[in-house]
Design a protein around this ligand. Sequence first.
Ligand code: ADP
Length: 314
Amino acid sequence: MTDASCPGIGTEKAGTADGCANCPSKSFCQSNNQEAVAATRKEDLAQVKKRLSGVRHKLLILSGKGGVGKSTVATQLAHYLSQKDYQVGLLDIDICGPSVPRMTGCQGESIHQSSSGWSPVYVNDHLSIMSVGLLVEDEDTAIIWRGPKKNGLIKQFLSDVDWGDLDFLLVDTPPGTSDEHLSAVQFFQASDRDGAIVVTTPQEVSLLDVRKELDFCRKVKIPILGLIENMSGFVCPQCKCSSQLFPPTTGGAQTMASEMEIPLLGCLPIDTEIGKACDEGRAFVGRTEDSPGLQALHSIGTKIIELCDAMSQK
Ligand code: ADP
């Protein structure tokens, strides 16, 4: 191999670059590289473990498809828990489509760095957030990154953010089972994790992808805390009556939950006030006026607290 085409021992491409094919040091470089990568990974995981040691419950919010209300559920659940005086962190790892800054009214805020790491942005005394959306100047800027760069940022979010002590860390993920999920799962494996909450709508096209999501959780050994059916009926803003906008043709989340033996955490209806609250970056929970959407969120939140408490007593 010529010196110019040698990537160097210990580098990512050591032993695998085009020019390595006929190099007599190829296998030496490869094994050395694997050792270097394994050492770096161990170090990374130890950093994440240390950083997240003050977090009691870690929850991944997943969905098979986009647009089913995963960020809405994550954000409003974070508000619900913070209003119960829990200390809550909301980490948005949807690198290419971050919604959390807008949904919490923090767009335009920026992250500060201190000697103890990146400071999250505080929505209120009990709720802090971190998102790639806080790293870009303009929320219309497209973030076009490949896997390794996304992986690096997620690792940094998990190991460098100074969350302080948290009762709950909610992680809003992109839809599907992509690089971001694998990175988050790898790093979560470094510390105890409570599990995943999967959000779906009642239609079969959404449920179809949820089955893959549940299979993913089982393959990577993430406990499944439960399923939330969002857009489950529509609450008329005038009469407050509920009707089925998206009929559950195959039985919806309820049937899937019992078939797959996982808890159904609750069904959240379409409520124009929920959509408005998210667009305006404020909490939907905590309003004085009662509604089916509010009751559903309270019931879902209560179940999650109970399940997490039960898990921590095991
Ligand atoms: P995802 O994170 O799954 O891509 P979002 O949470 O961004 O989906 O939701 C998509 C849109 O649907 C948002 O505008 C949100 O306000 C709206 N939405 C989600 N759930 C509800 C609901 N239960 N009632 C009213 N609007 C909702």
